[in-house]
Structure formats: C-alpha cells, structure tokens
Design a protein around this ligand. Sequence first.
Ligand code: AMP
Ligand code: GLY
Length: 422
Amino acid sequence: MRILLVGSGGREHALAWKMAQSPRVTKIYAAPGNAGIARQAECVDITPENIEGLADFAAREKIDLTVVGPEAPLCKGIVNLFSERKLRAFGPTREAAQIEGSKITCKELLRRHGIPTAGFRAFADVRAATAFARLGQYPLVVKADGLAAGKGVVLCSEPAEAEAAIEQMMVKRAFGAAGERILIEEYLGGVEASVIAFTDSRSIAILETVQDHKRVYDGDRGPNTGGMGAYSPAPIVSDREYERVEREILVPMVHALNKEQRRFHGILYAGIMFTKSGPKVLEFNVRFGDPECQVLMMRMKSDVVPLMLATIEERLGDGVIEWDPRPAVCVVIASGGYPGHAEVGYEIKGLDEASAMPNTMVFHAGTQMKRDAPITSGGRVIGVTARGKDHRAAQAAAYAAVKLIRFTGMHYRTDIGSRLLK
Ligand code: AMP
Ligand code: GLY
C-alpha cells in the first residue's frame, strides 16, 4: 500500500514510524513532514491546508490510503473532497469534524442528547457576553468557539478576568474568526483525563489510557500549551470510571452523531473531567492527541493500518487491539519562547546519541534539515518517548535521552509522569 500522511508534528512522526512497520505498507509520503519523518517517508512540500493540492497528489501518485494527522484539514473537509474524488482517507468528514471545529456546535449537540458536560451559554455579541460575565458565578471558563491551537480557553476566577478574555477574543480578535462567537462555561472541578477511541460509527475500539501535561512549567504552572508530555497507561481513575465514559459518553455520542448526519469515522478523543457527580465532557477532538499519540504508538502492538482501513469501511467490529504492557513516557522539548513566540532556526545536537538509547524513540516535531543538519522550526521540537518495565523506569529512560539533546533556548518539563508516581 502507498500511504500519504498529512502533517508535520510529533504525532505524525509517531504515525509514520508505526505505519512503516506494517507489512502492508510499501511507501509513505508525508506532506509536509519534518526532519525525523524524512527517515520513514518521502516528504513533499504541500501544506495540510492545501486540500486540493493533497487530493491532486494522491490521485497522481496512486495513493491507497491518506492518513490525516491534524484537525485543520479535517474541519476544512479533506475527507469529503477525497471521497468525491474516490480517494480513501482516514478521518471524519467536515460535518463530523465540527465537534472540534466549533465548540458551540459540540456543546449544543451534547445538550440535545443529554450527554454530561459543563453548563454553558453561547454568545455572538460582546455586550451580552460581558453583561453575563459580570453576573456569573466564579470560577467560570471563557472559550473561543473555533480552532485556536489549544490556546482559546481561559479559566477565570473573577469578572475582570472574564471581561478581559472576552475583549481579547471578540474585540481584539486574538484568534481571528475563531473568536467571533464564544462560550461561557461552568467550571468543573475534579480529575482530568482523556479517552481516545477508533470509531466507525457502528462500534468503538478504545485505546489504552493516556494523560498529557498541558501547562508549560513543572508542577502544572504557567500557560497552556499543545502538550509538554504524556504517559500511558494512566491509571488515575479506576477502570470502572473509564468504563462509565464509554457507556455514558462515547456510546451516546456516536449515536448522536449518527442521528445528526455527522456520521463519524476516525479517532474520537474525549477530554473528560471526572467530577464528584460522574464523568463530564470538557471537549471533543477529532484526531489523535499530540503527544498522546507518541506514547500510544510506542505501546500499540497491533498493526495500525488494518485498524484504519476497518474504520473507514465500517467493519471495526470488536476490533481487538494488542498492547505492550510496558508503560511509555514522552517528554517534549520546546523552543525558547514557547508557547508564546518561539525562537527557531537553531541547530539541534545529540539526536543520534539519544536515538541510540535502548527502548527509546526520538520523535521530531518542529524540525527541518538545513545543509544536512537538523535545525529547530517550531514551538514543540522533539518528543523523546521511552518504554520501561514500570512508569518510573520509562520516565528515567526518557529523561536519560532528553539530557543528550541540546539546542539554544530549549526547555522541557522535568516532571512528566510524576503525577502518577506521587
Ligand atoms: P479544552 O480545550 O476545552 O479541553 O480546554 C483546555 C483545558 O482547560 C482543559 O484541558 C481543562 O484543563 C480546562 N477546562 C476546559 N473547560 C473547563 C471547565 N468547564 N472546567 C474546568 N476546566 C476546564
Ligand atoms: N495534547 C492535547 C491535544 O492534542 O489536543
């Protein structure tokens, strides 16, 4: 099979590495890929947003399966376009992807179907939103409706903060059109975890448990990022609690999507708050998490390609997925300035030494080749991922490799996975 992988992050490197192990795969192209992905795939210079260009490429190169990493092309309708052109692509249609593309669409669907989530109101008018924020109960949460690279959520402890967030989103348009409409949401307390599953709209195959670390600094301090690290498994709540998510959230969600002409094929990623009154939805994503994907691919023993094909063809059935029992930990190394303006263009040293460590994979994210040397080209640069006999060993292995990597301005958290070890 000839594969086209869309994207250029650590998630996509993990997918490229995993798919390259499939006996069914003969060739992988990545658009646009990165310096690490270039080891498993031939990188082609087409951006993920250029969905027409990707379809032309897939048709011309006789691609058998296109795998879409990031949400933007999914929300733009890449899967619709490919299916019109009789090309096979893994991921949800534009209509289904709107549950990530528009938080308001998602929340209204959850409400219509009685799926547990935080109470909310949607606003398109800044005066109405501000008036509501003045009278609200605190803490509360202000969210931009559209895609904002994980930065469109503000937890507010008092009205002044909420008013500032509303002003940023709706007046200063910090997220462009994504902030034209906003949500004001009830604050949920509890333990947060993700549940990620393949679904073909008929059945659900849940992946191993995983948790990411969203804040930039140790001890969960500082601003939110796309994710500074992850570990799996994540036994932070009981198996019974995880089973409740399947029964009370995922099954009704797939049913709701079917009923509302948003039939979903692909990865359904539920961000969940386990509250005192049970699990509630924080958000849905329509693709693998990054860096959750890195630890999941490191632990998945089954071939991922047949799972993707079964998902597209609605024959997932009770698709059993085999897992390596050993835990995995991924530590992200970021550029100076991230999650704000990232300083890039620095040479990265020590990658070969880090890659040579046992049970370790050095997944690239924001990297590029410049005159045969890898340089930094994005906020998140490298995701060092390691397995070990237990969480502690996996964590130690990941950090041993991290310490071999050097570039100007680099920073990383030193406590990935420690939440569980306490
Ligand atoms: P989201 O992108 O909607 O998942 O929000 C990003 C992060 O903000 C989540 O991972 C939570 O930590 C936090 N968050 C979002 N919504 C709420 C809420 N209603 N109550 C408490 N925390 C929230
Ligand atoms: N790590 C969170 C996400 O990919 O949405």
